[in-house]
Structures are given as C-alpha cells and as structure tokens.
Design a protein around this ligand. Sequence first.
Ligand code: PMM
Length: 276
Amino acid sequence: MGVVNVTPDSFSDGGLWIDPEAAVRHGLELVEQGADLVDVGGESTRPGALRVDAAEERRRVVPVVRELASAGVAVSVDTMRADVAEAALEAGAALVNDVSGGRADPAMVPLAASSGARIVLMHWRGHSDHMQDLTQYDDVVTDVLTELREQVDRALAAGVRPEQVVVDPGLGFSKTGAQNWTVLAGLHRFVALGLPVLVAASRKGFLGHLLADAEGPRPPLGSDDATAAVTTLAAQAGAWCVRVHEARASADAVRVVARLAQETAQLTAHEGIHRA
Ligand code: PMM
C-alpha cells in the first residue's frame, strides 16, 4: 500500500502532495514502483495534530480518489469520518482505512456494513492531540490484541462480515517507541487472529530514533531503508499488507520473501520424502 497524504502537515511528506494533480501523479508513481493499493488521506494523524474540518478533508481527498480509481488504481481512503469514506467509495475507492478502528465516528461501522467495503480497523485509543498520553499497558501486545479484538467484535456485531476486516496494531498510535518494537516482536500474535494484518511503520519516529546519530534522530525521509527492513520482517511474519511512503524497496522485499517461502516449502516437502 503506497501512501498519498493530501495534507499540508503530515509527519514525513506534509505539503508535498496537497495539489490534486501532484497527488494523482504520485499515486501513479507508487503503482509503478509496485504498490497494489494507494492510500489517499486528507487528515494528518501525527502526534499532536489537530483535526481538519470535514468539508476540507472531503475536498482534498475525493478528486484524487476519483482520478486514481478511474485510472484503474485500487484506492483506499484514509479517514476517520463516515461521510468522507462514503464520498470516497462513491468516487471509486475499494477500501476504507480508519485509523480509529470505528471508534471516532459512530457512523463508520454501519457504513462498512451497508456498503460491504473492506475496512482496516486499527488499534486506537484517542485522537492525535492526546494519544501519546494514553500509553499505559500491563502487557502491550496482549492489551493491544484485546482492544483490537473488541473493535473487531463491535464491527461484526453491527453486520460487517469477517471477510471485510483487516486489522492493524497501530504503530505509533498511543504507543511509545519501545512499545512499537514490542508490538513488532509480537506481530505473529496479530497474524494468529486469522484476519489480514496491515503494518504501517513507514518513516515513523521510532525508526528515526533507532537510526539517530550525533545530530539527533534521523529525519523521516532518511528511514526508507529501515522501512523496507520492517517490510521484510512483517511479510515473513505473515502480514497481509504494509503501508509505505516509498513502494519499490518494499515491493521488492515482499517478492524476495514470497520466493524464499516457496523454496522453503519445496525443500521441506523434499526432506519429508527423503525421511519417509
Ligand atoms: N499511520 C498513519 C496514517 N494512516 N493507517 C493505518 N492503517 N495504520 C497506520 O499506522 C497509519 C495509517 C500516519 O502515518 P503518516 O502520516 O506518516 O502517513
């Protein structure tokens, strides 16, 4: 999943794709790099960000979704608002990516149920202006899994079908840097839920902190290689999708993991025959 943030203030690419034509060009470039999906968002969710006006969010997102969808691109819309999601679905979006996992807008889950669209439910505890005050966990992997399972159950109880649901542990959302690493180490437990898992580590602060030098944390644009490393590990752990700002390295990494998985399966079968 390649990211197009049609925002002036996103963490890594704020302002770059605010012009709709530039946003569409960038979406097409991500597809050329190997992205199967392009995620279009009009609201920054970086720590501390304030909410954008709903009409402004719709104005940013819908023309870009329409243009990319009409070019044959599979588009997801990154929004916490049901009316923005609905307008994007009408404009041709195939998937709704709700970082609040249905918690921010009570109309989102009913929209998913009535439209039948696939929906990403991300683990979420609160809006960006205070989410980093909500990082208390007894055991971060177990607690995130429990809360995410509750979000999924709420969606299923409201009529969303299991095949529609994608889950996401929400790296960076109400999680400290150290907690992000713990969640990544426990990714297999999210995969074991039996639902497709999306992982979005791309250019996030915890990578910049890992790669810090004497001048301080590595800026977001400098962590694409580390992002591709996370993609490799996430693919190996069985993730369904990674959400990334630069798609080529991650698309290549996924192909390497898939090829090696095929080879490993053949080798295991071969060894089984020899043992038998
Ligand atoms: N993170 C951001 C935006 N959208 N969607 C999902 N499903 N998961 C995420 O972790 C996520 C997201 C923030 O990233 P950006 O502003 O740097 O693109």
